[in-house]
Design a protein around this ligand. Structure first.
Ligand SMILES: [Zn+2]
Length: 452
């Protein structure tokens, strides 16, 4: 079907855009899709809900009071929406505490600098770590200058290309530098140049390697350090971080459902992660993804649409620094994973919708591609070559379940894990259109199945 479409569209086809003319089975869904889209666009309900969440509870770092209060709020709101089987499913999560932190330039001049400690990092001694900075442009560059690493603070000044390629310096930089005797690591923030904004995010220590503190600095400061070093100027800084782990704490995945009218045991799962990093308020990452997937179910409920299969929304906990929510769901639902029809995660932002990524059998791909044609009015009819998400990954692997990622346009990585991740970056129209796109996709899949 995909091949036929490409031939039909000739050179106009870019990627795999859904066909304008759906199969005959799709026709009855057209008016339903129009109703879901119209209902979503009629109000700013989803945006207001995200604003309430982020304004009231702020960031939702694992182990924080804000997260637990937000979880209780979500449960109460889902019940108010009339969702069924609303519950908290217990998961033990890590509690990493940032504490106070600072970075001061000592040479060539004293100046406090913007910074954010990396999530899961160890702290410095109470007196801080003061050392000269060695600026490197890659792991290879560091290894070529291995003799100069000992006793230094290594700065990985690696320009952002794409997330996957650049984030490795955040996740493994501290351990790689520690192997050569570095005392701490700074990384150039993993994102495009912003407004002198540091980006946090997890680091992962290798076993058997000394754990040294890691922090991110803005792109502008990394570039400044590189220019100074290139001129032969000594760059010396003092890093203070109180970061540490405390004992694991009890937390929860939040689950709500619209039970299927014919095959209630078969499940279409939608969700995002409810925890966030602490500098902003976790609006784009990932309060927005949680609210638009939840809103998709609320829209069905509001319109008295009850598909044949169950639609379940899951707000996963602890994606950012542990993935305990995603792993916990897999374990708690092991017996019913085989009855999951589709897992859909929204964790790529809630800007203008463009469609969905999909990973699964060809027949299922053909079905979702046909369904996506209903989303042409929203510009959300593209089905990408692959799709998944961190939280749904463990269940998808264990249950061999097709996965879908909600996809959007927009500069997600500009604000990712920064103090600028607030509701102000998102419009009510974007929230409404994303919720509508997910609602239509989820409803038709829950009604039609994926041809298994
Ligand atoms: Zn996220």
């Amino acid at each position: 079907m995909r091949k036929a479409f490409v031939i039909l569209m000739g050179v106009v086809a870019i990627g795999v855009v859904a066909r304008a003319q759906g199969d005959a089975w799709l026709a009855p869904y057209r008016p339903v899709a129009e109703k879901l889209i119209a209902e979503s666009q009629r109000t700013d309900f989803a945006w207001q809900r995200l604003a309430e969440l982020t304004d009231t509870y702020g960031p939702r770092l694992s182990g924080s009071e804000g997260l637990e209060r937000a979880i209780d709020w979500a449960v109460a709101q889902m019940k108010k929406d009339g969702l069924e089987n609303v519950r908290k499913e217990p998961v033990m999560i890590p509690k990493w505490v940032r504490g106070r932190e600072s970075l001061e330039l000592i040479d060539p001049i004293r100046q406090p600098l913007p910074m954010l400690g990396l999530g899961n990092s160890v702290g410095t001694p109470a007196s801080g770590i003061e050392a000269d900075v060695l600026v490197v442009s890659s792991f290879d560059d560091m290894k070529a200058r291995a003799a100069n690493v000992k006793g230094r603070i290594v700065l990985f000044n690696v320009p952002f290309t794409n997330y996957g390629a650049t984030v490795t310096y955040r996740s493994t930089g501290p351990s790689e530098a520690a192997k050569l005797g570095a005392v701490a690591v700074l990384i150039r923030s993993v994102g495009p140049v912003g407004l002198r904004t540091p980006h946090t995010g997890s680091t992962n220590y290798a076993d058997g390697v000394t754990r040294i503190p890691g922090a991110a600095i803005p792109v502008e400061d990394a570039e400044r350090f590189a220019r100074l070093a290139a001129r032969g100027v000594k760059v010396r800084v003092k890093l203070n971080m109180e970061a540490h782990f405390e004992a694991d704490v009890q937390s929860y995945n939040v689950v709500g459902e619209l039970r299927g009218r014919e095959f209630p045991d078969q499940i279409v799962l939608l969700g995002g992660h409810f925890d966030s990093w602490d500098p902003g308020t976790g609006a784009t990452d990932d309060g927005g993804g949680c609210v638009v997937t939840w809103e998709a179910v609320r829209l069905m409920k509001t319109l008295n649409l009850r598909p044949r299969r169950t639609v379940r929304v899951v707000l996963f906990v602890n994606e950012e620094n542990g993935l305990r929510g995603g792993n916990g769901y897999r374990d708690a639902h092991a017996a019913e994973l085989a009855r999951h029809v589709l897992l859909l995660e929204s964790d790529g932002g809630v800007f203008d919708p463009s469609g969905f990524g999909f990973t699964g059998p060809d027949a299922a791909r053909a079905t979702v591609t046909t369904i996506a044609s209903l989303l042409a009015p929203l510009g959300a009819n593209r089905i990408g070559a692959s799709g998944g998400g961190a939280d749904i990954g463990p269940s998808a692997t264990a249950g061999k379940i097709p996965t879908m990622s909600h996809e959007v346009t927009g500069d997600y990585f500009l604000i990712h894990h920064t103090p600028a991740d607030t509701i102000d970056r998102i419009t009510p129209k974007q929230m409404a259109n994303n919720a509508a796109a997910i609602a239509v996709m989820a409803y038709v899949v829950a009604e039609q199945g994926l041809g298994k």
